[in-house]
Design a protein around this ligand. Structure first.
Ligand code: NDP
Length: 449
């Protein structure tokens, strides 16, 4: 195991997020390798940590002033043993190869847990859509797709959205793909409803994350009704996490963006949530404006130098980190426990640093890692692919029911795997082992390729 981590670190010393994601899986699957000698003999760990293919490309585009801008594009095709590569595209200035590889690696296990036939991949660019005009975003997306289109396809690799890539970007990307490939296929998911999208896809990650939390609470004969919830982020995942928490009777008191967070003691109700959706999705504004509209709430600006994030230092029963990776450090985790948090369900990918995960596990709270709790998004993307293949649209209730069944099944799979390997109730171990075993068995069936 140490040897594997040595290889990962020495090959790509700067890819810290990738090291972190691999370390967590390596730590979890040791007992699996001990029980299955053939896994060791076939060097499955060394194989699964190496992407099948990495595509990196130049994305030149013209801004509104007629100036040439150049960004870097990525697609990491990590593993296709269970199906075509599947995973989102992220447009954010922090994007680099290490972040793409960590996200693609996580995606492989997540997709395996969904029960659908999907391999894992991830892509994106260091392009920052913030402050750009629609025309600039369109020109960027068209240039990005002018290269990506030759590597993807409905049976090869099917990208979707992630941070900075929503309905607008998916539309521009799809338009360019269609023009270049001269075919109308389900090559992207997260499409708009009137041209091939699925009902419930925008809601799926947030709803799924709350369904997973409800499943965890049910193991303690408890529910979300009356629970105070801390939520971070205010984008796609956060918005629909809040919507479902409200529907199930919980009270949400925080939300945030990268500039700061708001605390609303009275709770975010559906009217306030509608304001947030309009603010973030249409006007692309900042969360600070929430307090201008609802003056009882308190806004606190972000201070990266702070030892802890005050958002996680409010009284609460449940926490739903829905912004980005490594947003909860060890201090935050301890503060959460001191404030009464007994459940963490991760809408974001890898939002908790390893020290924070350690705090949750040692204290035996209900803790669901992103690769299990936020798998609802890619699961409904899989359902969108199925509907596209059949040229059918399922009604809202049908997709939502399937999402619920999938989240229930992921929860059960994690519990069973954690119990089988001697750590009952440890969802990290359960998710890693169940995903790993499924992918590795498929890899072995398919030979050394
Ligand atoms: P959005 O772009 O819609 O929203 C992201 C939110 O997180 C915004 O509020 C953003 O603030 C905030 N944020 C982003 N980066 C930072 C940062 N460095 N520090 C603080 N806040 C930050 O993205 P999504 O809601 O789609 O994605 C959120 C998380 O969920 C990501 O980790 C993503 O990988 C994960 N995820 C998303 C899925 C999906 O279906 N969309 C599926 C599974 C996981 P600001 O407005 O200031 O940028």
């Amino acid at each position: 195991m140490n040897e594997i981590m040595e290889i990962v670190r020495s090959k790509d010393p700067a890819q810290r997020e990738f090291h972190q994601a691999v370390q967590e899986v390596v730590d979890s699957v040791k007992p699996v390798l001990d029980r299955n000698r053939v896994f060791r003999k076939e060097a499955v760990l060394a194989r699964i940590i190496e992407p099948e293919r990495v595509i990196m490309f130049r994305v030149p585009w013209l801004d509104d002033q007629g100036q040439v801008q150049v960004n870097r594009g990525f697609r990491v095709e990590m593993n296709s043993s269970l199906g075509p590569y599947k995973g989102g595209l992220r447009f954010h200035p922090s994007v680099n190869l290490g972040i793409m590889k960590f996200l693609a690696f996580e995606q492989v296990f997540k997709n395996a847990l969904t029960t659908l036939a999907m391999g894992g991949g991830k892509g994106g660019s260091d392009f920052n859509p913030k402050g750009k005009s629609d025309q600039e975003v369109m020109r960027f997306c068209q240039s990005f797709m002018a290269e990506l289109f030759r590597h993807i396809g409905p049976n090869t690799d099917i990208p979707a959205g992630d941070i900075g890539v929503g309905a607008r970007e998916i539309g521009y990307l799809f338009g360019m793909y269609k023009k270049l490939a001269n075919e109308f296929t389900g090559v992207l998911t997260g499409k708009s409803l009137n041209w091939g999208g699925s009902l419930i896809r925008p809601e799926a990650t947030g709803y799924g994350c709350v369904y997973f939390a409800a499943e965890m609470l049910a193991t303690k004969d408890d529910s979300l009704a009356g629970k105070r919830c801390l939520v971070s982020g205010s984008g796609n995942v956060a918005q629909f996490t809040i919507e479902k928490i409200i529907e199930l009777g919980g009270k949400v008191v925080t939300l945030s963006d990268s500039s700061g967070y708001i605390y609303d003691e009275q709770g975010v109700d559906l009217e306030k949530l509608a304001f947030v959706k309009e603010l973030k999705n249409m006007r692309r504004g900042r969360i600070q404006e929430y307090v201008e509209q609802f003056p009882n709430a308190i806004y606190t600006g972000a201070e990266p130098a702070r030892k802890f994030n005050p958002l996680w230092n409010h009284k609460g029963d449940c926490a739903f980190p829905c912004a980005t990776e490594n947003e909860i450090n060890g201090h935050d985790a301890q503060n959460m426990l001191d404030c009464g948090v007994g459940l963490v369900s991760e809408g974001a990918n890898m939002p908790s640093v390893p020290e924070a995960v350690g705090v949750f596990i040692e204290n035996k709270i209900l803790y669901a890692p992103g690769k299990a709790a936020n798998a609802g998004g890619v699961a409904v993307s899989g359902l969108e692919m199925a509907q596209n293949s059949m040229r059918l649209n399922w009604p809202r209730e049908e997709v939502d029911n399937r999402l619920k069944i999938i989240m229930k099944s992921i929860h059960q799979t994690c519990l069973e795997a954690s119990a089988e390997y001697g750590e009952p109730g440890n969802y990290v171990v359960g998710a890693n082992i169940a995903g790993f075993v499924k992918v590795v068995n498929a890899m072995l069936d398919q030979g050394l390729v």
